[in-house]
Design a protein around this ligand. Structure first.
Ligand code: ARG
Length: 735
């Protein structure tokens, strides 16, 4: 699929030569940073031995083997990779999974109609047969992991730099296949420390995952986009699913005969309460960090790329919102896409703001200067920083273009659909077209269309296409634009630029068969090459895609080659330079553990934040006029009667959320927060505004994890949802 090749990343910009400072001063600043790194780190569980002493000092009561053991069941067996982007944990002997509401959001929204609106009203299965079946969901339990660095390195040593990436992938695949031979397991090999180490992961992947419970989104997403990425918070960001297996407890596609999965391990739940200073550890699958990013990359993110992503996402958000506000069924259909786009829209605003406020660029610059000093007489390392700088200068010419393709052109649902027709064009234009192949390709598109058109709103998409094309035209260097643009400007010339692009988009939506499910299915019944090649959405997609692949992508690939090979050397050198420091690898969607303590913070001078919030705060934020701050009547009633049962805090309050200084990122969503005994005390769901730069730079003064207190979750299941059946499955540790 050509789309795969359009896999773009955040791009970076050039630097200025920062002032040379005295080495002594620089070195001092490095030491201070290293000392503050106590709670920083997403550690690989099999390497925890080195951290054990510190973990005990902070309050861990378990042994390393109770956390992670290859041969016996350990805590890690209860941690489940959820659908690729999230984490979940098993909390009963019947495969009951707890994760975030925003991780279950898509499934919940799919089950919602205006007649049976579980997104707005919530859902609590009172028995197994009420649980809702999902398609396209999976949950993977880690069977084992293994260091395969020696094998990979040895094999790669003899391979030419040019073919390294391809050879590496082949080798990864071979190692993985060997590892799961004659089993139903799946395996993958992943790179760590920027290609300085490699680990093999073996998983058992389950695909019959059913929805068990969700609060209404007024509770599960309380505070909406206003509160997102912020503390203090009052959200109960949780939902529950269940893993089903066949009668032998093995993974199986959905079947009525399947039964709840019997896990090797499930978590006990402590409702003893959470206090400042308590030990906390979080197990999960953090997605991606860039903690060793160069100053050049940071500068470009702050000045150029992040603002472009934000502006381009705003187009989609504004246009979708207009239609969502007009009509409830449109709102339900678009809300999942809306939530996805807006989450990282706000993320990039926050990341930019905090990188600037915390002067991360300046600090990285100093560190690089110190590195240059150290590497001066080491030929293998001396040119790393200058090489990176040079690579970025070339790259910066094209960086914005890549962002505009990914977040702009492909941000148009119509164009992202049109690109999927490239394979059909290929099949149709063969010298000897193969009817079976054509049918297969067309059928695949039909299937895709079934889902796709459910959340396709032509009114908003017409405006989106007009606006993003105009932005592309106004912000991308003219020499980089496809010739198509010249034709467009001439053919649709209006009095203003805006009018030109509106006329253009209107015409596309009038003429393309891709604007509706009916028209596209009709076309796919009898695919025709000439008709496809005349379709204006297809022509547009082809023009931008070809232009990008031919003129832009080669430059980006060249940059990425240098950035990854120099980056790999840089990582190795940094470890040599600071032999006493414990390094942890960047996040890469593999199982990690982070440990720390429950801890309050001060966001700015004169302000102190508490480490927890209560239902009183929910009531203070209540605003019936704002959909993000509505409180369901039932919850108000429970609050008024202080009907909190055994879930109340010592002072009779209902604790909602709390913060700790654990090191997490996206992908950790839904991760269990465990106390020193390994009992579940909360579910992690967010980071805080003052540390939004966290994926690039960990600031121990500000960085916090926001979690929902497990007592609030149990209270909602029990008192709000009336689902004692779910509570009864759990093992609850009381006072
Ligand atoms: N910021 C959270 C995360 O990325 C997602 C929160 C979802 N809630 C929302 N209002 N969009 O993990």
């Amino acid at each position: 699929m050509p789309l795969g090749m359009l896999n773009l990343f955040i791009e970076f910009e050039t630097n200025q030569n920062s002032q040379m400072k005295k080495t002594v001063l620089l070195f001092a600043s490095f030491l201070i940073i290293a000392a503050a790194w106590a709670d920083e780190g997403m550690w690989l569980p099999m390497l925890l031995k080195n951290n054990f002493e510190q973990m005990q000092k902070l309050g861990l009561k378990l042994t390393v083997k109770q956390l992670y053991d290859v041969n016996h069941s350990s805590l890690k067996d209860a941690i489940v990779w959820f659908n690729g982007g999230c984490t979940s944990e098993i909390i009963s002997g019947q495969g009951l999974l707890l994760t975030n509401h925003h991780c279950g959001y898509e499934a919940i929204a799919k089950h919602s109609t205006t007649a049976d609106n579980i997104l707005d009203n919530g859902f609590w299965a009172k028995s197994l047969d009420e649980e809702k079946v999902n398609t396209n969901m999976w949950a993977s339990v880690l069977v084992r992991m293994e260091d395969v660095s020696d094998r990979v390195n040895k094999a790669l040593d003899s391979i030419d730099v040019k073919n390294r990436d391809a050879e590496k992938l082949k080798l990864f695949k071979a190692i993985g296949m060997e590892a799961v031979m004659n089993t139903h397991y799946e395996a993958s090999v992943k790179s760590f420390f920027r290609d300085n180490a490699y680990y093999l992961f073996v998983f058992e992947k389950f695909t019959d995952i059913r929805l068990v419970a969700t609060p209404p989104q007024s509770i599960g997403k309380f505070g909406g986009e206003t509160d997102n990425w912020m503390w203090p918070r009052h959200t109960a960001d949780f939902s529950m699913f269940r893993i089903y297996a066949d009668k032998d407890n093995n993974p199986a596609p959905y079947s009525k005969e399947n039964v709840p999965y019997k896990p090797k391990k499930f978590l006990n739940i402590s409702i003893k309460g959470v206090n400042e200073g308590d030990y906390t550890m979080i197990y999960g699958f953090p997605g991606r960090t860039n903690r060793y990013e160069s100053s050049f990359g940071i500068k470009s993110a702050v000045e150029k790329i992040n603002p472009a992503i934000v502006a381009l996402r705003e187009v989609r958000l504004t246009e979708w919102k207009k239609e969502m506000d007009k009509n409830d069924s449109v709102r339900l259909l678009l809300s999942s896409n809306y939530a996805k786009i807006s989450n990282y829209w706000k993320y990039y605003i926050g990341q930019t703001e905090q990188l600037k406020r915390l002067k991360v660029y300046e600090e990285r610059k100093d560190q690089e200067q110190q590195f240059i000093e150290w590497a001066k007489n080491k030929p293998e390392y001396a040119s790393i920083i200058p090489n990176l700088e040079k690579a970025y200068i070339n790259y910066n010419v094209y960086a914005l273009h890549a962002a505009y393709i990914k977040e702009g052109i492909l941000g148009s649902s119509l164009i992202s659909a049109a690109i999927k027709y490239f394979s059909l064009e290929e099949a149709l234009s063969l010298e000897k077209p193969d009817a079976a192949d054509i049918k297969k390709t067309a059928d695949a598109l039909k299937t895709l269309g079934e889902e796709f058109y459910k959340s396709f709103n032509a009114v908003s998409e017409e405006n989106i296409l007009a606006e993003i094309t105009q932005m592309y035209n106004e912000n991308i260097a003219l020499g980089q634009q496809p010739e198509y643009m010249t034709m467009l400007l001439k053919k649709y010339k209006g009095k203003t630029n805006k009018e030109t692009f509106e006329k253009f988009s209107k015409d596309v939506f009038k003429k393309s068969f891709m604007v509706s499910k009916e028209l596209s299915q009709q076309f796919l019944e009898k695919p025709d090459l000439r008709k496809l090649r005349k379709d204006p959405a297809f022509v547009y997609a082809k023009a931008f895609y070809t232009n990008y692949m031919e003129k832009i992508k080669p430059n980006i690939d060249a940059f990425e080659d240098i950035n990854s090979s120099e980056g790999s050397k840089y990582m190795k050198a940094l470890m040599e330079m600071q032999p006493a420091k414990k390094f942890y690898p960047d996040a890469n969607s593999t199982l990690r553990l982070t440990y720390g303590n429950v801890k309050a913070y001060s966001p700015k001078d004169g302000v102190d934040y508490k480490y927890y919030t209560t239902l009183t705060g929910t009531m203070e934020k209540e605003n019936p006029k704002n959909p993000s701050f509505r409180v369901p009547d039932k919850l108000k009633e429970l609050y008024a009667n202080k009907d909190f049962g055994m879930y109340a805090g010592k002072n009779g309050e209902m604790h909602t959320d709390f913060i700790s200084n654990n090191d997490i990122t996206g992908g950790n969503s839904g991760s269990p927060v465990l106390n020193g005994n390994g009992d579940l005390i909360g579910v992690a769901f967010d980071g805080n505004w003052e540390a939004m730069s966290g994926d690039i730079y960990f600031d121990s003064k500000y960085k916090r994890t926001i979690s929902c207190d497990i007592r609030y979750i149990l209270f909602l299941i029990d008192k709000f949802g009336g689902a004692q059946n779910i509570i009864n499955e759990m093992t609850i540790i009381k006072n």
